[in-house]
Design a protein around this ligand. Structure first.
Ligand code: PEP
Ligand code: MG
Length: 588
């Protein structure tokens, strides 16, 4: 068979090599027939029984979740159970059987197709992706109806093939992922999905190489084809020639060795060879991410993106999380970090992170009522969150981080609301850290240029480079058509970073970077050389960054940094950066 390569969206790290195990959607081959009038109620019962059986299956998966299962898996199972109980799924198909006399499978597929079409109309990417959850639930019911046993191979007698199995599917539900975890599967490839899809989130948590959004890979790949997943590049090589296979095996072995070596650095402080100490922190999305962050050697959480607690909500949970629910989540993260600081960013919704419960600004969401602007427009919602964060601060060191600040009055109003939340809690005799540090994200160029306004009133600052680049270069960070213009080495960005670091240093205000630049290995020496001392990144990237710091001498960086900051020529900046990189290699 001829080899070919497919490109998709990378959502995880590493290389997987194995044979394809195809998951065919049950919906594709359902039988279509009409049921005689006297058999209609029996057919209704058949569908009801199948739905009931899937409820039992989901509960069984819940009960079998290992202790260390990512918390979001439980949440996904809840979402699937909610969908299954929704009358749109559990009752509407029964009506179709009764009125149109369709057989149970046909009725279910008809209803799900109708729901899917409604979802397709939704403009919002995130909500549109929830269509996949409905389809995954329907797949389960269809499997029960058609009597096709679970497609997950049994873990008995794992042979060479199952031990190196790459799952290929149109889409994979998180519940199925959990079952696959028990069998030794090595990676997965799906036609659907994006950075935000549930399977992508779970694959990152489980650390499994994966590529999603591949279009029609599940039709092009055949059962038992050899596959290579290069998860970092988002590439899948089908039926690779022996030589390519050997090269990837070699790379895979090297990566494994490297990862093992790096894990030994967990307790080593990140200090340059001439004694400059860098604090490495983790970015987390859910409280359950605290444990992997600790395991990766993080000295704390530099960014807890609290808005993830407010998204992922449907059905009865549609309303926003209560103070108690938020308090539980924040406390869990604080306890999980065992005494290390946890920086909780207040609700950063809007733009590419819309809130289901809120009206969206459809004119220009990235410039609209997002983040702190939204919170100040909804003071009750903001107060609820501030109270929950304050209460969690009784259980360990917590900092409050405010996103998207640009105006002096936003700082004033925020500090007033924090003072009010403290007053209320004191009156209610609830404990909290009275001296809780409050900081601002610097992610709007105006904030960077007017930094003295911030350093006077706040305890710390954190640069959100993702948005700082978006707003400085006028590039929508979610739009793939302008992705090639998104340049973190643009002289304007470097100048802004330089202004921020020197102003904060003069004022003696602690400063960190929590945007993507902090976790980019290419930039570590530049940032350290510029004077940054705190970097916050996804936990999985932390060991590599630490190693780069250990291989750096701060005093050798200065000539390179000066040259980069003086240059307005992209080629010179790139070349100087490469020379800086080479400098690290000589220190190995
Ligand atoms: C940023 O903008 O760099 C940042 C860290 O926040 P987010 O990516 O959540 O917008
Ligand atoms: Mg941001």
């Amino acid at each position: 068979m001829a080899s070919f390569t497919l490109q998709g969206i990378p959502v995880s790290r590493g290389i997987a090599i194995g044979r394809a195990h195809l998951l065919r959607p049950a919906a594709l081959d359902v039988k279509h027939y009409l049921v005689a009038q006297e058999l209609v109620e029996a057919e209704v019962l058949r569908l009801q029984n199948a739905i009931a059986q899937v409820h039992v299956e989901l509960q069984a998966i819940w009960a079998d979740l290992p202790q260390d299962a990512p918390t979001e898996l439980g949440a996904f199972l809840d979402v699937h159970a909610l969908i299954l109980s929704d009358p749109m799924v559990s009752e509407a198909p029964l009506d179709i059987i009764r009125t149109r006399h369709y057989n149970a499978e046909w009725a279910l597929v008809t209803q799900v197709d109708e729901l899917s079409a409604q979802f397709d109309e939704i403009e919002d990417d995130y909500l549109r992706e929830r269509k996949a959850d409905i389809q995954q639930v329907a797949e389960r019911v269809l499997k029960v109806l058609t009597g096709s046993s679970s497609q997950v191979p049994s873990s008995d007698g794992i042979d060479e093939r199952t031990a190196n199995m790459v799952v290929v599917a149109r889409d994979i539900s998180p519940a199925d992922m959990m079952q696959f975890r028990d069998v030794a599967f090595t990676g997965f490839v799906t036609d659907e999905g994006g950075q935000n899809s549930h399977t992508a989130i779970v694959s990152r948590s489980l650390g499994i190489p994966a590529v999603v959004g591949m279009g029609n890979a599940s039709q092009l790949i055949e059962q038992d084809d050899w596959l290579i997943i290069d998860s970092d590049a988002g590439v899948v090589i089908v039926a690779p020639p022996t030589m390519v296979l050997e090269q990837y095996r070699e790379r895979q072995a090297q990566l494994l060795k490297q990862r093992k070596k790096l894990s030994k650095l967990k307790k080593t402080p990140a200090v340059t060879q001439d004694g400059v100490e860098i604090t490495l922190l983790a970015n987390i999305e859910l409280p359950g991410d605290a444990t992997p962050a600790l395991e990766a050697g993080a000295s704390g959480v530099g960014l807890f993106r609290s808005e993830f607690l407010f998204m992922e909500r449907s059905g009865e949970q549609h309303q926003l999380p209560s103070e108690e629910e938020q308090f539980d989540a924040y406390r869990k993260a604080v306890l999980g970090m065992k005494g290390r600081p946890v920086t909780i960013r207040t609700l950063d919704v809007g733009a590419d992170k819309p809130l289901e419960a809120a009206e969206h600004n459809i004119l220009n969401p990235a410039l609209g009522l997002r983040a702190i602007r939204y919170c100040l427009a909804e003071p009750q919602l903001f107060l609820t969150q501030l109270r929950a964060i304050l209460r969690a601060s009784a259980f360990g060191p917590v900092k409050i981080l405010i996103p998207m600040m640009a105006h002096g009055f936003e700082i004033e109003q925020t500090l007033q609301l924090i003072a009010q939340a403290k007053k209320e809690l004191t009156a209610e005799k609830k404990e909290f850290d009275v001296g809780i540090p409050v900081g601002a994200m610097i992610e709007i160029p105006a904030a960077a240029l007017a930094l003295p306004m911030f350093v006077k009133k706040l305890d710390f600052l954190s640069i959100g480079t993702n948005d700082l680049i978006q707003y400085t270069l006028a590039i929508d960070r979610a739009d793939h058509e302008v992705a090639h213009l998104y340049d973190d080495l643009h002289p304007a960005i470097l100048q802004l970073l330089q202004i921020i670091v020197s102003t904060a240093e003069k004022a003696g205000v602690p400063l960190s970077i929590c945007g993507g630049m902090a976790g980019d290995l290419r930039l570590t020496r530049l940032l350290v050389g510029m004077g940054f001392r705190e970097l916050s990144m996804p936990a999985a990237l932390l060991p590599e960054i630490k190693q780069a710091i250990l291989n750096t001498r701060f005093d050798t960086l200065q000539p390179y940094v000066k040259k980069i900051l003086r240059s307005y020529d992209s080629a010179v900046i790139q070349e100087t950066l490469s020379n800086m990189e080479a400098l690290g290699k000589t220190l190995h």
